[in-house]
Each structure stands twice: as structure tokens, then as C-alpha cells.
Design a protein around this ligand. Structure first.
Ligand SMILES: [Zn+2]
Length: 144
């Protein structure tokens, strides 16, 4: 990836990080809890970063969704530092520039993401089966 593109994406990620942290700070204030942000230092090793992200998430223990977002943003920033940014976590292929510009904290390429999304959709459709879909008879689990 070109340095200019990476720079732009890094800026976006940093802005996103600040925005989420502010939002989390507001939630903490509303809940009347003391908010002490722990700013992770980016270590050179993967385990270090993982531990910092984990610690960060535990310390926040707030809105799960925001935490997840923030974790992803931090992970992406760490990847930029390590020079591994832009690779799909599943298949290892380069994630397209267009996708990264639209979703800077994307962990998967479009192919792997749609596979994941399909699995989720299938999972939920199984929970709420459609009336017209015939359900297979489950003889094995029936005890007599
Ligand atoms: Zn992939």
C-alpha cells in the first residue's frame, strides 16, 4: 500500500479512536463512575499489543459495542506500526484499498467477510425457521 494512503487511513483511525474514547468518557460520566483511560503503548510484539488491548477493554467495561470498535481501531493502529496492516486475518490476502478507506478497521477481506456474514445469517435463520421450510426429522436424539 502506498505511504500516502496509509497515512490517510492512520489519520482516520486516530480520529475514530478519539471519537470513541470521548463517547466512552461521556457514558462513564453519565453512569457516575470514575473514568480512567489507560492509553496503550504499542509494543513491538503481538502478545504485548493483545495484552494491552485486553487490559484496555477490561478497564473500560462499558458499552460493549464501542469497546469492540475501539479494540479494532487500536488493533489496526498497532498493525500499521508493525507493517502488517491491510492483510485479511483469515486468508492473509491484501484487503482492497477501497474497502480499507471505507472501513479502516476492517480485519477481513470482502470475500471472508461475506462468508462470515453468510454464516451469521444462516445461524439466525435456523433460530427462526421459515414456515415453508421443512425441518429434518431428528430421530437420533429421540430417546425411547
Ligand atoms: Zn480473506
Amino acid at each position: 500500500m502506498e505511504k500516502e494512503t496509509l497515512k490517510k487511513i492512520k489519520k482516520k483511525l486516530e480520529a475514530e479512536k478519539t471519537r470513541i474514547e470521548e463517547e466512552l468518557g461521556n457514558i462513564a460520566k453519565k453512569k457516575g463512575k470514575k473514568f480512567t483511560p489507560v492509553y496503550p503503548e504499542y509494543g513491538s510484539r503481538d502478545e504485548e499489543n493483545a495484552a494491552e488491548v485486553e487490559e484496555y477493554e477490561i478497564h473500560l467495561a462499558l458499552d460493549k459495542n464501542l469497546e469492540k470498535l475501539l479494540g479494532n481501531v487500536i488493533k489496526s493502529l498497532a498493525k500499521i506500526e508493525q507493517g502488517t496492516y491491510g492483510k485479511c486475518e483469515n486468508c492473509g490476502l491484501e484487503i482492497s484499498k477501497e474497502r480499507l478507506e471505507a472501513f479502516p478497521s476492517a480485519n477481513f477481506c470482502i470475500t471472508c467477510q461475506s462468508k462470515k456474514d453468510n454464516l451469521i445469517t444462516k445461524f439466525f435463520s435456523r433460530l427462526r425457521p421459515h414456515k415453508n421450510v421443512r425441518q429434518p426429522k431428528d430421530k437420533k436424539t429421540r430417546r425411547q
